[in-house]
Design a protein around this ligand. Structure first.
Ligand code: PEP
Ligand code: MN
Length: 336
């Protein structure tokens, strides 16, 4: 349920209502806005009806949240959530470019790529230390060693970092060394992992599963937020369809849909979404045009010799021209 307070309702009114909700065994959420205060109540709605909050003098309206997801729903919280990775805001009018190699391969490689990302105005650095590869014979990542490299390079370049956490046992280490968690497509419905990262305060980029609906993605985000971590950034990275011309089908319909139904920021991964480096720039422009709050892009100092996803990684000069060419699109979308 959402309870919208009247203009001029004060903190004492809000506290009283929050107290009543809690006394019925429901979870109250206090969300003071610039103009109005919204109070959420999570739990059995039939219990709440007994309180007849609609009769409270400070209450304007009591509405049911009809969507299966509640905390991430725009019905509950109408204002765009801004999530910060390090000091980089994502959402609410800020457009962010997160870029870097698919995998951390060495300190030298990571530093070279980070310098490219930084030189051309990238906002944050990506790089996987734990890699979920389709084949067990492919490079699996440097593990903890990779996290330490990422952390060192972050300190040198002053770029915040994003890296995938594959398993519950690695959450602590990733939390220690990176600025944000990435939950990969293959783990989007690993509910135990979602709950554990939900107990952290670090931001989380939650990627859409290969065969997940947008509703599945929003419910996965609900798992994280309901554990107490509101810092979730959703990521459209393409889904499996009958189309095989490209690696995945980048579902840009998801962006305006998510914007309409959720207050969480949403970014696009045109690298995994297409699997073709030449399509990364056009799909980045499309992502900006349809309302995305950022992109996460693979770029490598030497894509031909990359240990993972080299074929879809941008050459440094491609990244440079992408960063220049997207500027008018960001401006046209009224973003910074
Ligand atoms: C990645 O970002 O390198 C990655 C493995 O992404 P996804 O989980 O979307 O496949
Ligand atoms: Mn990759």
């Amino acid at each position: 349920m959402i309870i919208l307070l009247k203009y001029g309702a004060n903190k004492t009114d809000a506290d009283e209502i929050v107290g009543q909700i809690a006394s019925m065994g429901l979870k109250p959420l206090y969300m003071p806005g610039v103009e109005r205060t919204v109070i959420g109540a999570i739990g059995d709605e039939r219990v709440l009806e007994k309180l007849h909050l609609e009769n409270h003098p400070a209450v304007e309206r009591v509405d049911k949240i009809l969507t299966p997801y509640k905390l991430v729903s725009r019905d509950l919280y109408p204002i765009d959530t801004v999530v910060k990775i390090g000091n980089v805001p994502i959402g609410g009018g800020h457009f962010a470019v997160i870029a870097g190699p698919c995998a951390v391969e060495s300190e030298e490689q990571m530093l070279k790529v980070a310098e490219i990302v930084k030189a051309h105005g990238g906002n944050a650095l990506r790089g996987g230390a734990f890699k979920p590869r389709s084949s067990p014979y492919s490079f699996q990542g440097l593990g903890i060693e990779g996290l330490k490299i990422l952390n060192k390079v972050s300190k040198i370049t002053n770029l915040p970092t994003v890296t995938e956490v594959l398993e519950v046992q690695d959450v602590e280490a990733v939390e220690k060394y990176a600025s944000a968690f990435q939950i990969g497509a293959r783990n989007m419905q690993n509910f135990r992992l979602l709950k554990i990262v939900g107990q952290s305060k670090k931001p989380i980029i939650l990627k859409r599963g290969l065969a997940a609906t947008v509703s599945d993605l929003l419910l996965a985000a609900e798992y994280i937020v309901s554990e107490g971590n509101p810092n979730v950034i959703l990521c459209e990275r393409g889904i499996r369809t009958f189309e095989t011309a490209t690696r995945n089908t980048l579902d840009l319909n998801a962006i305006p849909y998510i914007k309409k139904h959720s207050h969480l920021p949403v970014i696009v991964d045109p690298s995994h979404g297409t699997g073709v480096r030449d399509f990364v720039e056009p799909m980045t422009k499309a992502a900006i045009a349809c309302g995305a709050d950022g992109v996460i892009i693979e770029v490598h100092n030497d894509p031909k010799n990359a240990l993972s996803d080299g074929y879809q990684s941008l050459f440094p000069e491609q990244f440079a021209s992408l960063m220049k060419n997207i500027r008018p699109f960001i401006q046209a979308a009224n973003k910074k």
